[in-house]
Design a protein around this ligand. Structure first.
Ligand SMILES: [Mn+2]
Length: 404
């Protein structure tokens, strides 16, 4: 059996929640992926969560998704799609029955009957060649029941235990297939302990505290296809448990990360996974320039347009020695005619207490660059806390998570 592992597409995403939709980059990626499926056929395509960036994606993103599936189903016999923490279970599951008739399996949220998460992969002669545990992002309500008066630590422990049990149960149901010699594959959308994050993963499981340890995945799995973390990486030095990463850089912090999909073939007799990476071109370069106004001017003048299909997007981190007005406009003027779009200018070197002391400069710092935690921490400082109490931050994280 040969599979292709991808995840974290985030169709419909836009940078800074602004006007910069990623539609063109996603279109080019999906074209690239279809070409890959055409040139290197696989038995199953696995998409491990965060298909869409939001639970209620824009129509163009929904169109991209269906157009892709419509072409991909002629190139790949089995397509398995699981929900991520960004996906709304109901949105992904709505066309589930229709897609099932096309051999496209959608598991938007934890199945009521865990056996429904198991997908058998057949070859062209309808013979089973492998089996996949299509485990979606497990929400707190899927894996634990709230107990009044329990502590934060107890709650985390329950989540970790619940995830571990879920994988154990689904694996037990797959063991008969293993005895027949079929490779066992698991999918997951979670935060594995020790993984390296970027700026664009939304926190899950109470502020990312409930990290999943590698021991949570039963040893019988021949490969574990993970989503959620956008930087490709293996977990706990195990080559067969890995994040494939997002296909496009979803934040400037990912601008230098390799983007890739993973091809896995299982060799008989032990179903040892043979792993190969296929690198995705950077269709649109993301560039960050850091420095004083003078240094930024030099960097803009020296900028060489990379060999890419789409206009580069630039984020500037401006280091100001003192408060200076109109830098936004002056930098934007420097960039005219330079084959780049400056999306954002961030002012660095602000005094420690940004809100209290830095209002004149801070007007350039828009709210969309702040995450929930930053804003809450600032609010705590305003209320007189030098450092916000840990239990307050945790309670806040819980509220944010229950809203997302
Ligand atoms: Mn994601």
């Amino acid at each position: 059996m040969k599979i292709l592992h991808t995840a974290d597409w985030h169709l419909g995403q836009r940078l800074y929640n602004g006007e910069q939709y990623r539609e063109e980059e996603h279109n080019l990626f999906l074209r690239w992926l279809l070409d890959l499926l055409r040139n290197e056929p696989v038995d199953a395509l696995l998409i491990a969560g965060d298909i869409f960036d939001t639970g209620y994606p824009p129509n163009f993103a929904i169109r991209q998704y269906y157009n892709f599936l419509n072409e991909a189903r002629h190139l790949c016999r089995n397509i398995i799609i699981t929900g991520g923490n960004h996906d709304a279970v109901a949105t992904l599951n709505a066309p589930r029955d229709l897609l099932q008739t096309l051999q496209i399996h959608v598991i938007g949220g934890a199945a009521e009957n865990i056996a429904d998460e198991i997908v058998l992969i057949n070859d062209a002669n309808a013979q089973p060649i492998g089996v996949v545990a299509a485990v979606p992002f497990l929400r707190q309500t899927d894996i634990r029941s709230a107990v009044a008066g329990e502590t934060y630590t107890e709650k985390l422990q329950q989540i970790k235990e619940g995830i571990k049990q879920h994988y154990r149960q689904v694996c037990d149901l797959m063991l008969p297939y293993r005895q027949q010699g079929l490779p066992l594959v698991a999918m997951g959308h979670l935060f594995a302990a020790g993984s390296e994050t970027s700026d664009s993963e939304r926190e899950i499981h109470i502020g990312n505290q409930a990290q999943v340890y590698v021991e949570s995945f039963p040893a019988e799995f021949d490969y574990v296809a993970l989503g959620h973390i956008h930087k490709p990486q293996i977990i706990a030095q195990k080559q067969h448990i890995r994040y494939c990463g997002s296909p496009i850089a979803l934040s400037f912090s990912e601008r230098q990360d390799p983007k890739q999909v993973v091809m896995v073939s299982f060799e008989t007799p032990n179903n040892t996974p043979q792993i190969e990476l296929r690198h995705i071109p950077a269709f649109r370069p993301l560039v960050r320039m850091i420095g004083s106004p003078h240094e930024i001017e030099q960097q803009i003048n020296a900028f060489e347009v990379p060999d890419a299909l789409l206009m580069p997007w630039v984020e500037i981190h401006l280091q100001l020695e003192q408060e200076q007005a109109d830098w936004n406009e002056r930098i934007k003027t420097m960039a005219i005619g330079k084959n780049m779009d400056i999306l954002n200018i961030k002012i660095l070197n602000l005094p420690q207490n940004r809100l209290a002391n830095a209002r004149p400069v801070d007007l350039n710092l828009s709210l969309r660059e702040w995450n929930h935690q930053d804003i809450f921490a600032e609010r705590c400082r305003e209320a007189g806390y030098e450092t916000p109490p840990r239990n307050l931050l945790q309670a806040f994280s819980e509220i944010v998570e229950s809203c997302s």
